[in-house]
Design a protein around this ligand. Structure first.
Ligand code: HEC
Ligand SMILES: [Cu+2]
Length: 472
C-alpha cells in the first residue's frame, strides 16, 4: 500500500502549488514546501558560489544540450556535443538534502537524441530514462541529493562512449549539510580524451574516429575541452597565499588521470570526490567518470602547471593547464639557484664557432618545413610562436638567434630546466628528437631562415659531429 502515496508524491513534485494542494493525501512521503532556487550556471573554469544556506531547497536546474562546432586546437575544428554549450558541461552546485528539479532541453537544431545520467542520483539510470529526448523536446525529473560529494554527470545515449567522447559530461557538487570551509578561489576543471580522424593538431574540421576510441588511442587528452583552454588568456590565476580549491573530474570516456600540479603540493585531497581527505599529496589518481577535490595554497610567484602526469598526454596530447600566481618572491621557500661550471671543465664542444654554411637549396628548405610541421609544430605551434610559459617560441626567439648553431644540440639531446626566451621564463622538458643528421640540419636551418630572418647555420656533417661529441 505504500507505493500509491509515494507515486502521488512523485507527481506532485511538479510544482510547489500542486505539492501544497496534495499535501493532505500524500502524507507519508510529503515534505514541507521548499523554497525554490533557480541555479545560475557559469562557464568553466567558473562555477556557482559556495552555499551559505542552512536549510534544504528545491533547486531548479535548466540545462540545454547543444551540438556546437568550435576549435579543439588552434586551427583545428571539431563538432562537440555539450551540456550548456561548454566542455565540460556547466557545473551544478546543491546542498545535501536538496531536491533537484532537472530540466533538460534538446535544442531543435541538434541532430541526435540525448539524455543525462547524474552520478549524484540514487536510482536506476541516474535520470537517463526520464530524460531521453529527441531534438526539439524537453524532459524534467526530480531527485533528492542524499549524499554529499563531487559527482560526474554525462550523456548516456547509445553509443554512450561516443556521446561522452564528444564532450557530454560535467559535474554536480553536493555540499555537505554543514557546508564547506571558506576558500579564496574555486576552479572547475575536467579532463577528457578525444578521438579525431586526423593527427594531433592536424588542421581543419576533424571527424570522430570510433576505431581509435574503441582502441583507447586518443588523439587529444584535454583539460576543459580544448588544447590551450587553460593556458595563455585562459590560464587560471591566484595570488600567493590564497587558498585555492579545485574541483577536478575526468569525463573520459576512457583515460584516467594522474592529476598533478607542477610546483604545488595538495594540502588536502578529497579522494574520489568523497567525504574524506588525505593530506600532503603530490599526484592523485582520478578514474574515468570520477572526481577529486584538491586544496592548496600557492606561495611562490610564477606559473604552476596542471598536468596528467602520464606525461606524453601532457606534452604530446594537450593535457596541460597553467595557474599564474602573483605575489612577492619568497627566496626563503624557493631559492633562485646558482649555476657554475665544474672546476677545470671546458665549455661544451658545441660552443665552438661553426664554419660558414652554404645557402639552403629549395629542396633543403622544403625538407626543413616538413620536419618542422611533423615534429616541432605539435609543441612550438605551426607558426613557431609557442605557448607562453609552456613551449618557448622558435619564431623571433632571442635565445635561438644568440647561438642558432647550438640549437641542433637541443634537438639531438633534448633540454630541460630554466630558460628565458624573449623575457618569458620556461622551466620544462623538451625530449630528444629522433631525427637523422639531414633532418636536424634542415629543421634548424629552416627555423633560422624562415622564422628568425637568419642564415643557414649548420650542415648534416656538423650535426653528425655534434652527435658524436655527446656520445663520447
Ligand atoms: C614535446 C614538445 C616539444 C617538441 C616536439 C619540440 N620541442 Fe623544442 N622545446 C620544448 C620545450 C618544453 C622547450 C623548453 C625546454 C626548457 O624549458 O628547458 C623547448 C625548447 C626549444 C628550443 C630552445 C628555446 C627557444 O625557444 O629557442 C629550441 C631551439 C627548440 N626547442 C627547437 C625545437 C625543434 C627544432 C623541434 C623539432 C625538431 C622541437 N623543438 C620539438 C618542447 C618541444
Ligand atoms: Cu548525448
Amino acid at each position: 500500500m505504500r507505493s500509491l502515496p509515494l507515486r502521488l508524491a512523485g507527481t506532485c513534485f511538479a510544482t510547489a502549488s500542486a505539492l501544497l494542494s496534495l499535501h493532505a493525501i500524500s502524507a507519508p512521503a510529503a515534505e514541507p514546501a521548499l523554497p525554490v532556487i533557480h541555479q545560475q550556471l557559469l562557464a568553466p573554469p567558473l562555477l556557482p558560489p559556495q552555499i551559505t544556506r542552512k536549510t534544504p531547497a528545491r533547486v531548479v536546474v535548466n540545462l540545454t544540450v547543444e551540438e556546437v562546432e568550435r576549435e579543439i586546437a588552434p586551427g583545428t575544428r571539431y563538432t562537440f556535443w555539450t551540456f550548456g554549450g561548454t566542455v565540460p558541461g556547466k557545473m551544478i552546485r546543491v546542498r545535501e538534502g536538496d531536491t533537484v528539479e532537472l530540466n533538460l532541453q534538446n535544442l531543435a537544431g541538434n541532430k541526435l537524441p540525448h539524455n543525462i545520467d547524474l552520478h549524484a542520483v540514487t536510482g536506476p539510470g541516474g535520470g537517463a530514462g526520464q530524460t531521453l529526448i529527441a531534438p526539439g523536446n524537453q524532459a524534467s525529473f526530480t531527485f533528492k541529493a542524499l549524499a554529499p560529494g563531487l559527482y560526474v554527470y554525462h550523456c548516456a545515449t547509445a553509443p554512450v562512449g561516443m556521446h561522452v567522447a564528444n564532450g557530454m559530461y560535467g559535474m554536480i557538487l553536493v555540499e555537505p549539510k554543514e557546508g564547506m570551509s571558506k576558500v579564496d578561489k574555486e576552479y572547475y576543471v575536467m579532463q577528457g580524451d578525444f578521438y579525431t580522424t586526423g593527427a594531433y593538431r592536424a588542421p581543419g574540421l576533424q571527424g570522430f574516429d570510433m576505431q581509435k576510441a574503441v582502441d583507447e588511442r586518443p588523439t587529444y587528452v584535454l583539460f576543459n575541452g580544448a588544447d590551450g583552454a587553460l593556458t595563455g588568456q585562459g590560464a587560471l590565476t591566484a595570488k600567493a597565499g590564497e587558498k585555492v580549491r579545485m574541483f577536478f573530474g575526468v569525463g573520459g570516456p576512457n583515460i584516467v588521470s594522474s592529476f598533478h600540479v607542477i610546483g604545488a603540493i595538495f594540502d588536502k585531497v578529497y579522494t574520489e570526490g568523497g567525504s574524506r581527505f588525505t593530506e600532503n599529496v603530490q599526484t592523485t589518481l582520478v578514474p574515468a567518470g570520477g572526481s577529486t577535490i584538491v586544496e592548496f595554497v600557492p606561495r611562490v610567484p610564477g606559473n604552476l602547471t596542471l598536468v596528467d602526469h602520464s606525461l606524453t598526454r601532457a606534452f604530446n596530447k594537450g593535457a596541460v593547464g597553467l595557474m599564474s600566481v602573483s605575489g612577492p618572491e619568497r627566496p626563503d621557500i624557493y631559492g633562485k639557484g646558482i649555476k657554475t661550471p665544474l672546476p677545470g671543465s671546458k665549455p661544451p664542444a658545441v660552443a665552438a664557432k661553426a664554419p660558414p654554411v652554404p645557402a639552403a637549396t629549395d629542396a633543403q628548405r622544403l625538407r626543413g618545413k616538413a620536419v618542422y610541421d611533423n615534429t616541432c609544430a605539435s609543441c612550438h605551434l605551426p607558426d613557431g610562436k609557442g605557448v607562453p610559459g609552456v613551449f618557448p617560441p622558435l619564431a623571433n626567439s632571442d635565445f635561438f638567434q644568440e647561438r642558432p648553431y647550438e640549437m641542433a644540440h637541443i634537438v639531438l639531446h633534448g633540454r630541460s630546466g630554466e630558460l628565458v626566451v624573449n623575457g618569458e621564463h620556461y622551466n620544462s622538458v623538451m625530449p630528444p628528437q629522433d631525427l637523422d643528421d639531414d633532418d636536424v640540419a634542415a629543421v634548424i636551418n629552416y627555423v633560422s631562415t624562415e622564422m628568425n630572418a637568419g642564415k643557414p647555420v649548420i650542415t648534416p656533417a656538423q650535426v653528425k659531429q655534434m652527435r658524436q661529441v655527446k656520445a663520447n
